[in-house]
Structures are given as C-alpha cells and as structure tokens.
Design a protein around this ligand. Structure first.
Ligand SMILES: Cc1cc2nc3c(=O)[nH]c(=O)nc-3n(C[C@H](O)[C@H](O)[C@H](O)COP(=O)(O)OP(=O)(O)OC[C@H]3O[C@@H](n4cnc5c(N)ncnc54)[C@H](O)[C@@H]3O)c2cc1C
Ligand SMILES: *[C@@H]1O[C@H](CO)[C@@H](O)[C@H](O)[C@H]1NC(C)=O
Ligand SMILES: *[C@@H]1O[C@H](CO)[C@@H](O)[C@H](O)[C@H]1NC(C)=O
Ligand SMILES: *[C@@H]1O[C@H](CO)[C@@H](O)[C@H](O)[C@H]1NC(C)=O
Length: 497
C-alpha cells in the first residue's frame, strides 16, 4: 500500500507540473505572460472574470485605491434584449429591435457591426451575470429611446452598478487570495505607457507608477485597456469638445482619458471625440459650489413632477420633459445670469412618489424643504411669494401648458400659498458620458486609421471605445457594452493563448 501511495504522490506532482506549466508556456514552448487588464470598472472586471473562467492568468491594474471606477455609480441598470426576465414579464423583444433602437438613437454615427454584436450578445451577458454571480436582475424599466422595457436591475439595497461591481470583484478577490498565480490585483497602479515590440508587432510591456510613485514594468503579451472615458478632464474636453468645456461632470475624478492618450500615441484611431452626452440636471451642492464633480439629479425627479425655475426671473422657462439636449440648451440660454444654474422645484406629492431617493438627496444637503416665502428670500428671487404661488396654481390647473408640457403628474394643486412647503434643489447641466473613443473591431482589438489592428495583443473595451452609441447613448447600454466587449476581448485572448 505505501508503494501505491508513493506512485499516487508522484502522479499528482507530475500532473500539477503540467498544469502549472500550461499556464506559462504555450504549445510552441515559448513563455507566456499573464494578461494585463488596465481598469477595474465593469469592462475590466468582466474581462478578468472571463479569463479566470478560461484558466488564463491575469493581472488587474487600477490607479485608484478601490475597485469600480464610474461603474459603481450606475443607477438605472443594464440592458438586454430577449432575456428570460423579459419573457417572464411578457415583454416581446429581440436583438433586431434593440439594434433598430440603437441605430435610430445613433443618428448615423457609430459602427453598425459593433452595435449588432452588442445586441446579439446582450441576453447572454445578462444570463452570465445571473448564473455565474447569482444576481437577480429581475426588474425592468423602459428608458428614453427604448421600444420596450429592456433595462435590468435587482430589487435590493445596492444600486445596479454597485451590485455588479461587488459581485464581480468578490470572485476575483477570492481567487487572487487562494491562487495568486491565476490573478493578481494591483491597486494604486497608474499606467503611463504600453510598449510594443517593433519586430514582432506584439505588445510587450506595461509601464506603471506604484503607490510610492516608483516606475514599474510588467512583461506581457496581451493588454486590455479598460480605463473609461474622459468626462472629468477639462483639458481633453477643451481640446476635443470645446462646446461643452467648462461644464462640471457626474463622472469620478479618475475619468481623465489616460488610456485614450496612451493608445493614440501607439497609433490608435480616435473617432467622434466631440460626441458628448450632457445631462441637464446635476446637483449643485450649496456647501461646495465650485466642485467640478456633481451628483446626478435623476431624470425621474422631473418625470415624477418636478419643474425648473429660472432664479433670475422666478419663472419656468422650458418643457422640463423635452429630450436631454433640448432641456440643456434652454438652461444654458435662459439661466446665463445665474451661470447655468436653475432651481428644481418639486411638490409634496412628488416627494411622496419618490421618497427614498429624495430623502437620500436631502440627507446629502442637495435638496431642501422650505415654504415658498423662504424660497424667495433664500434665492433672492425678483418676484413675490404670492406671485409664485399663483404661478404654481396656474401650472397645476391650466388646460394647455405654456411650454407644451403634456405629462403632468404630482402637481402643486389649486390651494398653493406663500406658506406652502416645496422641495428645492439647485441644478446645472453636466458632462455625463463620452460616446467617442478608440476604434475597435468585433474582437475588441484596437484599430489604426486604416482599420488594421495596431498591434497583436492590444485590446480595448468599455467607455474608452467608440462605436456602439453613435451620437447618443441609450440608458443601460454602457454597462452592457462593458460586459459584452470585456468578455469578447478575454475570449479572443484565451483562444490564442
Ligand atoms: C452617475 C452615473 C450614472 C450612470 N448610470 C448608468 C446606468 O444606469 N447604466 C449604464 O449602462 N451606464 C450608466 N452610466 C455610464 C457607465 O457607468 C459608464 O459608462 C461605465 O461604467 C464605464 O465603465 P468602464 O469599465 O469602461 O470604465 P470605469 O468604470 O470608469 O472604470 C475605469 C477604471 O480605469 C481606471 N483607470 C483610469 N486610468 C487609469 C490608468 N492610467 N492606470 C490605471 N487605471 C486607470 C480608473 O481608476 C477606473 O477605475 C452612468 C455613469 C454615471 C457617471
Ligand atoms: C506562443 O507564444 C509565442 C510568443 O508569445 C507566439 O509567437 C506563438 O504564436 C504562440 N503559439 C501559440 C500556438 O499560441
Ligand atoms: C468568496 O469567499 C468568501 C469568504 O470565503 C465567501 O463567503 C464567498 O461566498 C466567496 N464568493 C465567491 C463568489 O466565490
Ligand atoms: C495600420 O496598420 C497596417 C498594418 O500594420 C499598416 O499597413 C498601415 O499602414 C497602418 N495605417 C496607418 C494609418 O498607420
């Protein structure tokens, strides 16, 4: 028996040796290095999880000290067409319909081939998140430009982006702890360059600065750049989209286009860099007005009854439910005196209808409850409280709206006085999403100006890329592109590893 044990022991050693060897040496016997994934937003996290799945070793780098980038902020959800959840709710949808919606929103821009990939893979992406990570994603909403309810989220304490990041991160952390050879996590690692071997035209090194600002070099054969967009960089907005420069943003301060600049220096084609999505309502924090970062005031605040008032007249000035670009234009034109700041006013009924969110905004000091008389004194409005009260009554009761707003719910009623309490916030247009970016092919490889891959082993996914949104991004489509193209890049790498 001891002899059998000995044989078994050597057998195990032998098998382990080949298993370990497999992860570093490919069939041609050459050394293989871990894939480097830059950026721990949803695109990077999806890629690393797919690589884990395919048993390909990876290193995940992020310049932040924690995971998730902008992806943790996403609040509406992730789109998918033809999912089991839609079937359960008897929603008839298909990748074809999703593609049509995407094309009409894109207004002639973007890459149809990539949009088709995103639509075709969308149900699979949702199923992957549900099955592999145990996420429910069982609630649906229909956002602007969608023919049917298509954006998925879970009923739970965490908003959708945070839920996704948490689940995908947990698995990576677990594996990294137990099998450090399979995946390494390197936070506080700011990538500054990627080097390509001129002879083989394959990526060879990633250069980054570590927590103590020391330069480090990582040898590799495959790099996925998933560093997000450039909404936080005033320099890049000035350069590529001067029409929106100076506007604050809902994006976190990590969103500075680092990956775009690195890839451009390697020969990548940057397309539609002037295509920026502006959201009309970001909260101005009265305690921190000048902050370039603004908390997003959800569209639902207006959808559920909120109106906009010009602080230099004390009057409404726009149909609040026009498309995002139109409302933005009106605010920028009408509220010049207040430097683009407008007042968002909601009724007690709207508050009741959207209670947990508004309570959250109140707790952050972004929304305040006050009688109309205080509204006038607080914001120095040039009209009297009784005048405002009668304007609100007129708005609530008139047959035809001055600005053709048709959808009126949760109005202020017909008994408004100077003592009536309302909820008030200061809002301003904000840079929300950058549609342009690096051109990629259907395998997520980075392309040059003649549509050839810039180098072997060079990939990009997520907001850094151009193609699936054209001139307007639909709600829920960004988280989706992260999962779809993050996984596609990983699978393409795995196949050739
Ligand atoms: C408030 C808000 C709400 C949103 N809601 C939704 C929604 O409901 N649905 C939807 O689909 N989309 C939504 N979006 C858009 C969506 O969240 C983003 O477009 C998406 O998360 C981008 O993911 P990403 O992985 O490409 O990049 P990110 O999540 O931004 O991650 C990029 C990461 O790269 C890191 N990085 C950057 N430069 C470097 C460097 N030089 N070296 C190392 N690391 C670097 C950053 O630190 C960051 O962690 C929302 C966006 C915002 C701001
Ligand atoms: C093995 O790796 C080398 C160098 O990275 C590469 O040139 C070669 O094509 C790879 N072979 C296979 C079969 O993947
Ligand atoms: C990760 O590990 C923790 C602690 O061991 C465990 O509770 C959790 O279920 C694991 N999650 C995954 C996704 O493996
Ligand atoms: C793009 O790459 C291809 C293949 O390497 C090359 O022939 C072509 O000249 C490149 N185009 C540009 C504009 O650099």
């Amino acid at each position: 028996m001891p002899r059998l044990r000995k044989i078994l022991f050597y057998l195990v050693v032998l098998v382990s040796f080949f298993l370990v060897r497999r992860s570093f040496v490919n069939d041609s016997g050459k050394e293989q290095f871990p894939v480097v994934v830059i950026g721990s937003g949803l695109a990077g996290l999806s890629a690393v999880n797919q690589l884990l799945n395919d048993d390909v070793p990876a290193v995940l780098l992020d310049k932040a000290s924690s995971f998730g980038g902008n992806s943790v902020k996403a609040a509406s959800g992730i789109s998918g067409a033809g999912t089991s959840v839609q079937k359960k709710h008897h929603v008839e949808d298909s990748p074809e319909l999703f593609l049509q919606d995407t094309l009409s929103s894109a207004k002639g821009r973007g890459v149809e081939k990539l949009m088709k990939v995103m639509a075709d893979e969308s149900a699979g992406a949702i199923a992957w998140l549900q099955e592999r990570f145990g996420l429910k994603l069982d609630l649906l909403s229909q956002l602007g430009g969608q023919s049917v309810p298509r954006t998925h989220r879970s009923d739970g304490p965490l908003p959708p982006g945070a839920e996704l990041v948490k689940a995908l991160t947990r698995r990576i952390k677990n594996v990294s702890r137990d099998y450090p050879d399979k995946v390494k996590i390197q936070l506080d690692a700011k990538v500054t360059d990627i080097k390509i071997n001129k002879e083989t035209n394959r990526v060879e090194y990633v250069v980054y600065r570590d927590a103590s600002n020391q330069e480090q070099v990582l040898r590799t054969g495959n790099v996925l750049v998933a560093t997000g967009g450039f909404s936080y960089s005033q320099d890049m907005l000035k350069k590529y989209a001067p029409q929106v420069a100076g506007l604050p943003t809902t994006n976190c301060l990590l969103t500075t286009g680092d990956g775009l600049n690195i890839l451009q220096s390697l020969g990548a084609h940057l397309v539609d860099m002037d295509q920026i999505q502006i959201h009309p309502t970001g909260f101005v924090d009265p305690k921190d007005r000048k902050n370039n970062w603004k908390f997003l005031a959800a569209e639902a605040l207006r959808g559920l009854g909120g109106i906009l008032v010009n602080p230099s007249t004390g009057k409404r000035f726009v149909n609040e439910l026009e498309t995002r670009d139109t409302v933005t234009e009106s605010i920028r034109k009408a509220c010049k005196k207040s430097e683009g700041v407008s007042l968002l006013v909601i009724s007690e009924n709207t508050f009741q209808d959207y209670k947990s969110s508004v309570e959250f905004y109140i707790s952050k000091g972004l929304v305040q409850k006050m009688p109309i008389s205080s509204l006038v004194s607080e914001y120095n409005l040039p009209i009297s409280a009784t005048e405002i009260a009668s304007d609100l009554i007129e708005y609530s009761t008139e047959k035809k709206d001055k600005f053709d707003r048709v959808h009126k719910i949760n109005t202020f009623g017909d008994a408004v006085t100077a003592d009536t309490e309302v909820y008030v916030a200061e809002i301003t247009p904000v840079v929300h999403f950058t549609m342009g970016g690096v051109k990629i092919d259907e395998f997520s490889q980075v392309l040059n100006e003649s549509d050839s891959p810039v180098a072997d082993g060079l990939y990009a996914a997520g907001e850094i890329t151009y193609g699936v949104h054209g001139s307007n991004r639909l709600g829920g489509s960004s988280l989706l592109e992260c999962v779809v193209f993050g996984r596609i890049a990983a699978q393409h790498i795995s196949r050739n590893f």
